[in-house]
Write a protein that binds this ligand. Structure first.
Ligand SMILES: Nc1ncnc2c1ncn2[C@@H]1O[C@H](COP(=O)(O)OP(=O)(O)OP(=O)(O)O)[C@@H](O)[C@H]1O
Length: 586
């Protein structure tokens, strides 16, 4: 499956505006009650706005021309009450839709974040974290702006326009038709120009994502930047991303501003038509002054919302561009599904790779028809040159990826048939770069461990003691309460590896994979770690990926992993003998 969102956006078929609007409305479908209330408020508001000019015209013709000031006063009072009610309805709908927008934002951000939690490693390999953050933060906010500020105004404007259009045609069909001609041009113009505007806004949102990715990358690597004094390099890259954003923002801004002047021009033309044609009709005796005043007001009532629609339409195009980027994530599914293949065959080994081939999607094959058997309770070492495929093999055993061909079996069952929670419990994987989150050593040790959640420090210390891990915990000044940050600068890399080690061992896995897990640990601690490994339950299978020969000296079996192959090299002595005869171990 293609997980590259940028490639996906190129492949993605353009959705029609109506289809996109439909899918956007589905997002707030559960807000029916608030939407209905906001709709009623905006309808009342529009109706009151529409009645205004009619009453003004009526007052002029009936009372002003006959100097009936009592009537003028009465209708002025009625108009004042109408304006106050209109103000109240406008305020209510803003409040209601503000709430709808914020709740939609909340739900949507949760939905994207939850989706990110279930997507496979391949997705994160293919996309930059900064761009993903931008989609969660920035793009969702564009939708919020549309829902909270624009949607009801949008509906209100359309209702007012339709109402005003009907009044225009009812009062005088010929004048009405002439007044509405410019609107037809506006409609045509909008249809033609909208996809272009949406495209410009999509490019701008993409460049915001690119800039966010640049910031994220330089922040992650700030030590290297300072150590190598390469500030200029990242400054240049950021400058480039910023410039790109500046250019696309200008371009999007210009395209967004295209609607308003055109709408304004055609609105003014319509006013002119009403004035010229209206005066002609008065001269012909077909029209009254009061009617013309009402008529001009209705023409304004028709074209003003249309002008407002120009701004709202822009906000809609921006929201659509944001929605496209969000739905690209939401529409993805993990291809690491759990398959229904629950019948275990008699297991020849605990872990078995049968004719496994794998590559990362760039066409290069990393493993080629590999066969491997790992027995329960034994210790295995994967050695080989840098980039030889050791981590890849371990990742396939832990099902971070699925093989392109062949099968990985755990206990005689296809690894794909294990539910993720069960698989994670059976396989402990200590990565080359252990992941720690901000909290304490205890929080990090208990991460993903249901069994000991809620244990007090004393209870957990007892468990750690039982697992013979006390020696490792003692290395931390404040024991379980030692503070850890996700950047991990408060503790050393070796200490991080120790926490990851304790985390994995306490889960009591059937297979424990250590990927260069002792590379940053001093030899005394490494010795301690080895003792712990040796005392793990007899049933635990250990896979050690290491470059240091002393780390693998006690392995029952050593495998050379290189150039797509995994070669069984026997015990440490056998491997050393083979090495003497010309095999290269890194
Ligand atoms: N996420 C990835 N996307 C594309 N290619 C990758 C990815 N991870 C690894 N590779 C490639 O796969 C090959 C094997 O990498 P792997 O990490 O398995 O090697 P290794 O033997 O563990 O190396 P090391 O000893 O340096 O840890 C390398 O050529 C590497 O460039």
């Amino acid at each position: 499956m293609n997980y590259n969102l940028n490639k996906l956006s190129q492949q993605q078929q353009k959705t029609s505006t109506l289809a996109a609007l439909k899918s956007l409305l589905q997002l707030i479908a559960h807000e029916r009650k608030n939407l209905l209330l906001a709709l009623v408020a905006i309808l009342i508001n529009s109706i009151l706005n529409l009645l205004g000019p009619f009453l003004i015209g009526y007052t002029i013709d009936t009372y002003v021309q006959h100097k009936d000031y009592h009537g003028v006063l009465l209708f002025s009072g009625i108009l004042l009450v109408m304006y106050i009610i209109a103000l109240f309805t406008s305020y209510s709908q803003t409040q209601l839709m503000g709430g709808v927008g914020q709740r939609m934002l909340f739900t949507l951000r949760n939905a994207i974040f939850n989706k990110l939690q279930v997507l496979p490693v391949a997705f994160f390999n293919a996309n930059k974290a900064g761009d993903l953050i931008s989609r969660v933060n920035n793009d969702t906010d564009k939708l919020n702006s549309f829902f909270s500020q624009s949607l009801m105004q949008f509906i209100g404007s359309i209702v007012t326009m339709v109402g005003a259009g009907i009044f225009l045609l009812i009062i005088n069909i010929k004048l009405g038709a002439a007044t509405l001609i410019p609107a037809a041009f506006i409609f045509l113009f909008t249809r033609i120009v909208s996809p272009w505007v949406k495209g410009k806004n999509a490019a701008n949102l993409k460049s915001v994502g690119g800039m966010s990715a640049e910031i994220q990358e330089s922040l992650n690597n700030f030590k290297v930047i300072i150590a190598f004094n390469r500030r200029d390099y990242f400054r240049k890259r950021f400058n480039e991303a910023n410039r790109q954003n500046y250019t696309t923002a200008i371009s999007a801004g210009l395209s967004n501003n295209v609607f308003l002047p055109v709408y304004s021009l055609f609105s003014s033309l319509a006013q002119l038509i009403v004035l010229v044609y209206g005066i002609y009709l008065i001269a012909e005796g077909e029209f009254s002054i009061g009617l013309l005043v009402s008529y001009l007001a209705y023409a304004t009532n028709f074209y003003n919302p249309l002008r407002q629609l120009a701004t709202l339409w822009t906000s809609f195009q921006v929201a659509l561009a944001g929605w496209d980027r969000i739905s690209q994530i939401l529409s993805l599914h993990s291809d690491l599904i759990t398959i229904d293949n629950g019948v275990a065959k008699p297991a020849a080994a605990l872990v078995e790779l049968q004719e496994v081939s794998f590559g990362y999607g760039d066409g290069k094959e990393i493993l080629h028809h590999v066969n491997l058997q790992l027995d329960r309770g034994k210790t295995y070492a994967f050695v080989g040159p840098t980039g030889g495929g050791k981590t890849t093999t371990a990742s396939l055993i832990a099902r971070l990826y699925d093989p392109l061909k062949g099968t990985v079996l755990l206990n005689g069952k296809d690894i794909r048939s294990y539910p993720p929670a069960e698989r994670a419990k059976k396989i402990g994987f200590i990565l080359q770069e252990p992941f720690l989150f901000t909290g304490t050593v205890k929080d990090n040790i208990l991460y993903g461990n249901e069994q000991y959640q809620g244990y007090t420090n004393e209870q957990l210390e007892a468990v750690i003691h039982q697992a013979r891990l006390s020696g490792l915990l003692n290395i931390f000044e404040n024991g379980l309460e030692t503070k850890v940050t996700s950047g991990g600068d408060s503790i050393s890399l070796g200490q991080k590896q120790l926490i990851a080690f304790m985390r994995a061992v306490l889960r009591n896995p059937e297979v424990l994979i250590l990927d260069e897990a002792t590379a940053n640990i001093d030899t005394v601690t490494e010795q301690l770690l080895e003792e712990i490994l040796n005392k793990l339950p007899d049933t635990t299978t250990r896979i050690i990926i290491a470059h240091r020969l002393n780390t693998i000296a006690n392995a029952d079996e050593i495998f050379f992993v290189n150039a797509g192959e995994i070669i069984q090299a026997g015990s440490f002595e056998d491997a050393v003998n083979k090495l003497m005869k010309g095999h290269r171990v890194s």
